[in-house]
Design a protein around this ligand. Structure first.
Ligand SMILES: Nc1ncnc2c1ncn2[C@@H]1O[C@H](COP(=O)(O)OP(=O)(O)O)[C@@H](O)[C@H]1O
Ligand SMILES: [Mg+2]
Length: 431
């Protein structure tokens, strides 16, 4: 096997000999690849003056991003599994392998001196872990190699990078990896176009998320819509046709029909959205929306009544729903929906509090799905459309969309999210 490295990788190999050696930049730009060859050298040269540590976002991602590929290259004799005491035998040495999400685990080695530390996805760590590391990397030859994607320009790591610490820094753009197929780069550029992710994950910049979350959507909304004529039968003039009961005739098949429900509270609205999955989990359509007017005297009864009406009209128009995912925070109201369903002779065991992944991850999923043509919104769903057009990044916490009740944009966005969160692994953004 012959190995080739990119210019940036070769530079790192030759010059990364400071206390802090950090690669930041685009995803897929070749930051981690080199480390599979550098890590054995670094670990073997440790002299036992301090601990050897590998830190990832979680133990799971550390395994997936680093240890599994290492094992693929060097075999399981040289790259052991992480044991229950958080150590693994790597290249003949005992190494601590940890997730930076568990501050308490890291605290256990707080008194220790660290001779070498490898860091994966540094921007996702809690700052506490990084601060701990700074004070522990204290032998004369202690050093750190780490990689990450850029985040907000105010991020603590960016501040550290800009400080006068002893740092060898490399900043990658996607174009710095000559080994990626051109089609892949084109596709990625398309998926991130018109979002803050383009600046961060393609250009590798520490870009601030501000203004519209889905700017590409607001600029070209028509590209992301579909009409009823695409899913219901039409006559020779292209007009929708109905059967004797006035019912539209569905002409496509949905593998899964899923409803998201967000319950209103103080100043927020109860919103319901129906989504359909086609072609496995590949193509997603937002089919219908329904909500309660914003008044102070809406009670659980009103919500249940409205919901039952919406459920029935959806089932009539499409088919029996597979799942109903209400906001998992409102257990009492979820129970009310279940008893409403039971009393009305509808299924109730498919109603389950939605799974909530990180709020920060949702906009990227939507952006990639829209931009790869996998997600479309029915032109009739005015409220969902408006939420995609007008959602803005929170000026106070730019890691997430603003959660204010400005025209109840968030309520529609949330109910839409709930249609997809439980299946996000199956939806698989990387295919
Ligand atoms: N020198 C190289 N030779 C062959 N393939 C490479 C090389 N560098 C990177 N790659 C490939 O490019 C892709 C992205 O590289 P990776 O290091 O994982 O990027 P990053 O860590 O920046 O996200 C991977 O599939 C990797 O195998
Ligand atoms: Mg990487």
């Amino acid at each position: 096997m012959s190995l080739n490295f990119s210019d940036m990788q070769l530079d790192y190999w030759r010059e990364a000999s400071r206390r802090w050696n950090i690669k930041t930049g685009a995803t897929g730009s070749g930051k981690t690849f080199l480390d599979f060859y550098l890590l054995p050298k670094r670990i073997r040269s440790c002299t036992g003056q301090g601990l050897i540590m590998l830190i990832g976002n979680t133990r799971g991602t550390l395994n997936r991003n680093i240890l599994d590929p290492l094992r693929g290259i060097y075999g399981e004799d040289l790259v052991g599994e992480i044991r229950s005491d958080n150590t693994a035998e790597l290249f003949g040495k005992k190494c601590y392998c940890m997730g930076a999400d568990k501050v308490n685990q890291v605290a256990r080695i707080q008194g220790a001196t660290i001779e070498y530390c490898y860091g994966d996805e540094i921007t996702t760590w809690s700052q506490e872990v990084f601060e701990m590391l700074k004070s522990r990397l204290r032998t004369p030859r202690s050093c750190f190699d780490g990689t990450c994607n850029p985040a907000d320009p105010e991020h603590w790591l960016k501040k550290f990078i800009d400080s006068d610490a002893d740092i060898f820094l490399q900043e990658y753009t996607i174009f710095d990896n000559p080994f990626l197929p051109k089609g892949f780069v084109d596709e990625l550029q398309k998926e991130y176009a018109g979002t803050v992710y383009y600046d961060r994950y393609i250009l590798g910049k520490w870009a601030r998320a501000e203004g519209l979350v889905f700017r590409f959507y607001a600029d070209h909304e028509d590209d992301f819509l579909f009409d009823d004529e695409e899913i219901f039968e039409t006559d020779e003039n292209g007009e929708l046709v109905t059967d004797d009961n006035g019912k539209l005739k569905l002409k496509v098949r949905f593998d899964k029909l899923v409803m998201g429900v967000d319950f209103g509270g103080n100043g927020s609205k109860t919103t319901m959205v129906l989504a359909g999955y086609q072609n496995g989990y590949h193509d997603l359509k937002i089919l219908e929306e329904e909500g309660l007017p914003l008044t102070d005297d809406v009670d659980a009864d009103d919500i249940c009544k409205k919901w039952l009406g919406f459920l029935r009209s959806c089932q009539e128009k499409y088919a029996a729903l597979d799942w109903i995912f209400p906001d998992s925070a409102s257990t009492t109201l979820i129970n009310s929906l279940r008893s409403t369903a039971k009393n009305a002779g509808e299924r109730s065991n498919n109603i389950a509090g939605c799974r909530k992944n990180k709020v920060e991850d949702r906009p990227m999923s939507f952006s990639r799905l829209f931009n790869s043509g996998r997600l479309k919104v029915n032109r009739r769903c005015e409220n969902v459309r408006k939420s995609f057009r007008s959602l803005v990044w929170d000026p106070k916490d730019p890691t997430r969309p603003e959660d204010k009740n400005l025209g109840n944009i968030n309520d529609w966005y949330d109910a839409t999210c709930y249609c997809f969160l439980d299946f996000i692994e199956y939806i698989d953004l990387d295919r």
